[in-house]
Design a protein around this ligand. Structure first.
Ligand SMILES: NC(=O)c1ccc[n+]([C@@H]2O[C@H](COP(=O)([O-])OP(=O)(O)OC[C@H]3O[C@@H](n4cnc5c(N)ncnc54)[C@H](O)[C@@H]3O)[C@@H](O)[C@H]2O)c1
Length: 433
């Protein structure tokens, strides 16, 4: 059977069904469509479906191409799982958040599996792209196979392929970034390799699904630990009265054994604050405390609080009376509109709790509602920054590239810079931490 499937893949005759058309799923759909492969999409969010149906790639606010594959995709985006009976490949790109008690919350995937399992058929390829704890892909398959009794590698194919999508990063592409895949059996891996070879320049087959699951957690834990380290250096530098950016500038001249990471007001998004906890949770169940992983997650999570303490201390010491603040950048990192777990929003909430009046300027986030009468839910214009020339406070929470920082500097009285955008400026009105 796999010969027939492989031929179908090589001839681009496969139909791909993507569940979850968010930051991962929609760009993935577009990659297949660009290669003239049929894609069907499922999402639970009616607004997203409507935007896609209108031909808008809502993540980057761009229009889809006008070719037949994109047109068909627009028609075939739905809330209805039954379309899965028409596809050869099912790729799951659903959220894997944390629960309120800081544990992996796999309920979105599990509920979805219960809904889709009655629509599955023999010889389909099931691929999980969501980030999960090691062992989860196979657990999901067991749930999926409760009634069907598919035989893996014989009449059903199971694959895990971690996503490396980096929203807002123009350097990231499937041309330059290899795709990791791994299947339950050699047959599954071979099929996965050929599917992703259609869209990626380089595909790497990991030794097993659990190795592929762990590789994703290693990549994101590596980031979390290194960001935690550099944030600790930021705190230490502050205590010593040195600028952390000057230290990094010097250290990064070493051309081996050192990779620079940027300090900031904390971490956000759907990966760095979450993925390491998936692993430390599993280790706790196995009676092991993953020390470095936990300590860096805690340190990163405490950064918005540290920033606020510094702001309040400065305000008190310098007897600043104004209650007006503009947060420049609400997104969790530069060049994206993603506000999930954003440290800027944490900081805004803390300032609101102290009765400050907050507004924001973000070139990627146009609206954000905190349902608080002291918070303006529409991004102000660059022109309105002028009102901070003689009074009020500007906070740089995100370092988007397309912001006129010089204009902000010229039109403000006091700037708290948490991202080092003014690191080359020498001015008493800039307070960096
Ligand atoms: N965002 C990233 O940069 C990134 C990078 C690598 C890996 N990941 C991982 O990929 C996965 C998806 O992340 P994301 O950032 O794309 O999330 P997202 O929230 O942007 O997208 C998920 C999509 O799933 C939809 N959805 C939710 N429940 C659904 C359901 N029951 N049925 C159908 N659709 C449903 C949502 O409406 C949303 O459009 C996560 O596991 C994440 O950790 C994300």
């Amino acid at each position: 059977m796999s010969k027939y499937i492989l031929a179908k893949i090589k001839n681009k005759k496969i139909k791909v069904g993507i569940i979850g058309l968010g930051y991962v799923g929609l760009p993935l759909a577009i990659r297949f469509l660009n290669k003239k492969i049929d894609v069907l999409g499922i999402d639970a969010d009616k607004n997203k479906i409507n935007l896609i149906k209108k031909g808008i790639s809502y993540i980057e606010n761009k229009k889809f191409k006008n070719d037949i594959h994109f047109k068909n995709f627009r028609k075939n985006v739905t809330l209805n799982y039954s379309i899965l009976k028409h596809v050869d490949v099912i790729i799951v790109c659903l959220p894997t958040p944390l629960s309120s008690s800081n544990k992996p919350d796999m309920s979105i995937i599990k509920n979805c599996i219960i809904k889709i399992r009655k629509h599955l058929k023999e010889n389909q390829i099931f691929i999980l792209e969501s980030t999960v704890y090691p062992g989860a892909t196979y657990e999901i398959f067991k749930l999926l196979n409760k009634f069907k009794k598919f035989k893996l590698g014989k009449n059903f194919y199971l694959v895990f392929s971690p996503e490396r999508e980096n929203p807002g990063d123009k350097m990231f592409s499937y041309k330059s970034t290899p795709k990791v895949v791994s299947g339950y059996s050699e047959e599954c891996s071979k099929i996965a390799f050929n599917i992703y070879k259609l869209i990626a320049k380089k595909v790497f087959i990991a030794k097993s699904i659990i190795v592929a699951e762990m590789s994703k957690l290693l990549e994101n834990t590596y980031r979390s630990v290194n960001i935690g380290l550099v944030n600790e250096f930021k705190i230490i530098s502050d205590k010593l009265g040195i600028n952390v950016w000057d230290i990094i500038e010097a250290a990064k001249t070493k051309n081996f054994g050192f990779r620079p990471f940027n300090p900031g007001p904390g971490v956000g998004g759907h990966c760095i604050p979450i993925d390491p906890i998936y692993l430390s949770w599993l280790m706790k169940k196995k009676n092991y405390n993953s020390k470095i992983i936990e300590i860096s997650s805690k340190l990163n999570a405490s950064m918005p609080n540290w920033v606020c303490k510094k702001i309040f201390y400065y305000i008190k010491k310098n007897k600043i009376k104004s209650k007006n603040i503009v947060m420049v950048g609400l997104a969790y990192k530069k060049n994206t509109s993603d506000t999930r777990e954003s440290p800027s929003i944490e900081i805004v909430k803390k300032l609101l709790s102290k009765k400050y009046h907050l507004e924001f300027y973000d070139t990627h986030v146009k609206n954000f509602d905190l349902k608080n009468k002291y918070f303006k839910k529409k991004s102000i214009s660059m022109n309105s920054i002028k009102k901070y020339k003689n009074q009020g406070i500007v906070i740089i929470g995100t370092d988007h590239k397309n912001v006129d920082y010089k204009n902000i500097f010229n039109n403000s009285k006091l700037i708290f810079d948490t991202r080092g955008v003014y690191r080359s400026y020498k001015s008493r009105k800039i307070v960096s931490f």
